[in-house]
Design a protein around this ligand. Structure first.
Ligand code: ZN
Length: 108
């Protein structure tokens, strides 16, 4: 098998695995009441600040993933903190409004 074909197969299989992990993770999150999985998600830092971030299970470029939590910069306090998604049932309208005012950008 030529080297280029091997590389193409590795890239395609790797991309497929990432997509499967992202889809399975987002479905699991939605079953637990986190509607924003695979998109904009309201999260809470370890100090209680609410903000919105792009949360795609299995992929992140601006955070360190630690199970169902992440270590990433909180845009409210400006510090790197443990962050976890907040279930929709726990959010009030004021919480959603506050979270919408603080967004980390489009990069997961
Ligand atoms: Zn914070």
């Amino acid at each position: 098998m030529p080297l280029w074909l091997t590389l193409v197969l590795v890239v395609v299989i790797g991309a497929g695995i990432v997509v499967v992990i992202a889809v399975a993770g987002s479905r699991a999150g939605q079953r637990h009441g986190y509607s924003g999985m695979s998109g904009e998600t309201v999260v809470r830092c370890s100090r209680g600040h609410l903000f919105t971030t792009v949360w795609i299970p299995g992929s992140s470029f601006k955070a360190v993933r630690l199970g169902y939590q992440r270590y990433q910069r909180c845009p409210v306090c400006g510090k790197w903190r443990m962050v976890e998604p907040v279930a929709d049932a726990e959010l009030t309208d004021d919480d959603r409004r506050t979270a919408a005012e603080h967004h980390t950008g489009r990069l997961p």
